[in-house]
Design a protein around this ligand. Structure first.
Ligand code: SF4
Ligand code: FES
Length: 245
């Protein structure tokens, strides 16, 4: 009979989370509230939020769906930096100091960590995020591996808004299309099968378009998918100047 190996116990520790709370039915002002939670080294910030909601305060409000870095719904500001709560291990933060969790900036807060994403989605819709071709093909549209590689990076976007809401231009002027919309425009502008690159380049040549970008790289640092956001914006700027992708 094979020996059953004992599984080593995962170490636990207590952390303090300070969460930015806002409930429009109770107060016009947001405020910080502290919670202490017992966590394990394998736990993520999302696990801490769940634990608080399930064991301490059921009114704590936040978005999440997949819990595995795919749906993009749980972007929050953790210790002042935009991240996905489900991809941030507590042990990788300074667990001896209070961990702050607040909503992403630049979008109206609805409750606690939940923001109104509509302005963000509107900018996404405005760039026509779908293939635009002039005819109906009889067979599949072919593309060489080299052509496919031109926009590979920007196909990875999960629309989490971490980039756009880390951008100082977006904070001061919510009219700016923002990095995520430009990334998704890039995905089609550089797709050799798409025939409306001019249309998208025209849209982004607007006063609220790519020229508002100040190349601060906040967006690239914030992206949980590792997309080179600033590079994509620069490529769209060059395409506008060239008049073609
Ligand atoms: S580019 Fe990155 S940070 Fe921006 S919305 Fe897409 S996945 Fe999120
Ligand atoms: S919950 Fe889906 S990305 Fe975090």
């Amino acid at each position: 009979m094979s020996e059953v190996k004992e599984i080593a116990e995962i170490p636990s520790f207590t952390v303090t989370l300070s969460i930015r709370r806002f409930d429009p039915e109770k107060s016009e002002e947001a405020s910080w509230e502290e919670f202490q939670v017992e966590m394990h080294s394998t736990d993520r910030v999302l696990d801490a939020l769940h634990k608080i909601k399930w064991e301490q305060d059921g009114s704590l409000t936040f978005r999440r769906s997949c819990a595995h870095g795919v749906c993009g719904s749980d972007a929050v500001r953790i210790n002042g930096r935009n991240r996905l709560a489900c991809k941030t291990l507590i042990k990788d933060l300074d667990i001896n100091s209070t961990i702050t969790v607040e909503p992403i900036k630049g979008l109206p807060v609805e409750k606690d960590l939940v923001v109104d994403m509509n302005p963000f989605y509107q900018a996404y819709k405005d760039i026509n995020p779908f293939l635009l071709a002039n005819d109906k093909p009889e067979k599949e549209r072919l593309q060489s591996p080299e052509d496919r590689a031109r926009y590979d990076d920007t196909t990875k976007c999960i629309l989490c808004a971490a980039c756009t809401t880390s951008c100082p231009v977006f904070w001061t002027d919510g009219q700016y299309f923002g990095p995520a919309a430009i990334v998704n425009a890039h995905r089609f502008i550089f797709d050799s099968r798409d025939e409306q690159a001019d249309l998208r380049l025209d849209i982004l040549n607007d006063k609220e378009g790519v020229w508002r970008c100040r190349t601060t790289f906040n967006c690239t640092e914030a992206c949980p998918r590792g997309i080179e956001v600033t590079k994509a914006i620069a490529e769209v700027k060059q395409a506008i100047l060239r008049g073609k992708p």
